[in-house]
Design a protein around this ligand. Structure first.
Ligand code: WT7
Length: 642
């Protein structure tokens, strides 16, 4: 934790911003926002330029968030059309399949044409401005094509990660009332086929709203097409026109919904809009990755998560980048795969998740060292706190002590990066998300909301709006306000704990609410609990996070069975399978601990603090247990911990 890696001299000299540049831009973003955002929004092509900067308030009386609201533009035109004159023949996507022999190269001109045909097909199937389209695809170029096609015609996309179960998919289709689903016959991960179309078929047994399914042929597996409802993309493509004018959208028109887990209830449909989101994605991609024309950029995230939205699709494409898109996993066919891809495409900028690094680190340095990687000049980390060991390994073994690491902290709700070191501006401290992005005002508060100054630790809030901020929870504006702006009145509360050191660096310490971070993916403990109690043999369940060497956090479930049900390994397996079916493999419980009873207060509230301690195997100091209704319950749990 004491190591500091200074800014390499060549970085300070060539980066878009050096230390003084960062300080000056940050100051202007706060003190002269009108001028600052005038410049930053000039990265985009506006049909009608904005005159109203922002009208945002986090207070109940005049609550609302708006940026550039009288401007108009089209996101797809910004990502494609405007590049055609200068870089139409530049490669936009270097696609690498799960199978190393599969590759595709797509130029900006080709991508533009595909998007236009896809957009016309969506229109033919009934999509129009404001309608929701659910996208359930693997990491193939058609995922970006489908998203941009929606943006082109003003339809709102809702991408659902291909690892979610039919149940989870159905819930997301229903919540936003999609009439169209885009999927593929299947996806490939680590040599195994994911039956996406079959999952859609199962989901649609519960969703009457859907009247059209567009199916991309990818793996060549046999699927059944429902007459009148299901259509092959390759057949539609053959007859679709490549001419599709882009819809003029208001800056505040919705661009997409992305479902994410919170501490309570079912997943929330996070809504992002057009002008502010695109400005934020473009600006952060530019400064954080310091992307230069001609370089090859690779973000290894799936488009099913917000990282894939902002740093596979919108950020890099709006900036005209050439990027790698990878369908597979880091350890297939072997543990060198990531670095083989780096060598094959001469990747300059690589952005990945700590969980993958930890998994690869465990396999030994040889897998990395036998690849060249000399093309790399910048590395990024995202999704969860990166432990110093993994950071140092990334720095030393992957980057050969040459490549700065940008540890980017942000959330689905924030649209794109909020805090990170900038490679030409900030000395790196392993594990620190360092400093706020332009326009971001972080604040640390204690449990009562008192503002903490100087070197301290507390709950992380953001005090004023930024352009990429989510605008609402789909269909539930009240929930938006209640979830984020009432814990600490008048502030956006992130749900994260955070330290600020004597040099002013910010260090994210992890969630302080009932959300756990499993392999960089957010899981609401309440969601896993409701899946468990939906099982016929379960009376009650409580889920907490536990430390996990690879995943960061694992899922620890306390389960009380119905009277008369005997605890057994069979039921344990059954429950694990059940949760995987209800939510998806990412929600697989790591531990099922049968609990005859759960520790509760006299008013019946489950004492999660104690359950967390037992899961962490840290039972020497359980804190105040005086409010427990039955202290014996805790002793039993400690005694039965596996
Ligand atoms: C939560 C947001 C960032 C987009 C992908 C995840 C954690 C994210 C970091 C980081 C420490 C991080 C936070 C945050 N997180 N990045 N660099 N250092 N923690 O988006 O699924 O909305 O999850 O991920 O706890 O609140 P998400």
């Amino acid at each position: 934790m004491s190591t500091i890696h200074p800014v390499p001299a060549e970085w300070a000299a060539r980066a878009y911003v050096d230390a003084a540049g960062y300080a000056e831009k940050y100051r202007r973003s706060i003190e002269e926002p009108e001028a600052f955002w005038r410049e930053e929004t000039a990265r985009l092509d506006w049909i009608k330029p904005w005159t109203r900067l922002s009208k945002s308030s986090f207070d109940e009386a005049d609550f609302g968030i708006e940026w550039f609201s009288d401007g108009t533009l089209n996101v797809a035109a910004n990502c494609l059309d405007r590049h055609l004159a200068e870089r139409g023949d530049t490669v936009a996507i270097l696609w690498e399949g799960d199978d190393p022999s599969q590759q595709r190269r797509i130029t900006y001109r080709e991508l533009h044409e595909e998007v236009c045909r896809f957009a016309n097909t969506l229109r033919r199937l009934g999509a129009k401005k404001g309608e929701r389209v659910t996208i359930y695809l693997p990491m193939i170029p058609e995922a970006a094509v489908a998203m941009l096609a929606c943006a082109r015609i003003g339809a709102i996309h809702s991408v659902v990660f291909g690892g979610f179960s039919p149940e989870a998919l159905a819930g997301r289709i229903q919540d936003c009332d999609s009439k169209i689903v885009v999927t593929a016959d299947g996806g490939m991960r680590g040599g195994k086929t994911v039956p996406l179309k079959a999952n859609v078929d199962e989901a649609l047994n519960h969703c009457t709203s859907v009247n059209a399914v567009l199916v991309v042929r990818h793996v060549g597996s046999s699927v059944t097409l429902a007459e009148g409802r299901d259509h092959w993309w390759h057949e539609e493509r053959a007859v679709a026109s490549a001419d599709c004018p882009a819809e003029e959208m208001s800056a505040e028109d919705p661009l997409f919904i992305l479902y994410t887990s919170g501490s309570t209830g079912k997943p929330k449909g996070v809504l992002h809009t057009t002008g502010g989101y695109l400005t934020w994605a473009a600006m952060t991609h530019h400064y954080v990755f310091d992307y230069r024309p001609g370089e090859v950029y690779w973000c290894a995230a799936d488009v099913g998560w917000v990282t894939g939205h902002s740093y596979v699709v919108y950020g890099p494409l709006v900036n005209g980048a050439t990027q790698v898109m990878f369908e597979g996993v880091p350890n297939y066919p072997d543990h060198s795969r990531f670095w083989q891809i780096v060598d094959r495409y001469q990747v300059n900028i690589f952005y990945g998740a700590p969980t993958a690094l930890r998994a690869l680190m465990r396999e030994g340095d040889e897998w990395v060292k036998k690849t060249d990687r000399s093309s790399l000049r910048l590395l990024g980390s995202v999704g969860e706190p990166i432990n110093p060991e993994a950071w140092e390994w990334y720095w030393r073994v992957v980057g050969d002590e040459r490549c700065p690491i940008v540890d980017t902290w942000w959330q689905t709700e924030t649209g794109a990066c909020m805090m990170t070191p900038l490679p030409g501006a900030h000395a790196l401290k392993p594990g620190a998300a360092a400093f706020p992005m332009f326009g971001v005002v972080p604040q640390l508060v204690d449990g009562d909301g008192a503002v903490l100054e100087g070197a301290t630790e507390g709950n992380l809030c953001i005090t004023q709006s930024w352009p990429g901020q989510m605008r609402t929870v789909w269909g539930d504006h009240e929930r938006f306000f209640q979830t984020y702006f009432t814990t600490y009145r008048g502030k956006y509360f992130t749900g994260d704990g955070c330290k600020r050191d004597a040099d002013g660096y910010y260090w994210i310490t992890g969630r302080v609410d009932d959300v756990i971070n499993v392999s960089g993916h957010r899981m609401g403990t309440a969601e896993v609990e409701s899946a468990l109690v939906a099982h016929a043999k379960v009376a009650e369940a409580a889920v907490v996070g536990m430390p996990h060497e690879i995943k960061g956090q694992g899922i620890y479930a306390y389960v009380t069975l119905n009277a008369g049900e005997a605890e057994s390994d069979e039921i344990r397996k059954e429950l694990v399978q059940w949760v995987r079916r209800e939510i998806g493999p990412i929600a697989t419980p790591d531990v099922i601990h049968f609990a005859p009873a759960l520790p509760k207060t006299r008013s019946g509230k489950i004492m999660r603090r104690i359950l967390r301690k037992i899961a962490e195997n840290d039972t020497s100091n359980l804190g105040d247990t005086s409010t427990l209704a039955d202290p014996g319950v805790v002793d039993t749990l400690i005694a039965t911990r596996g």
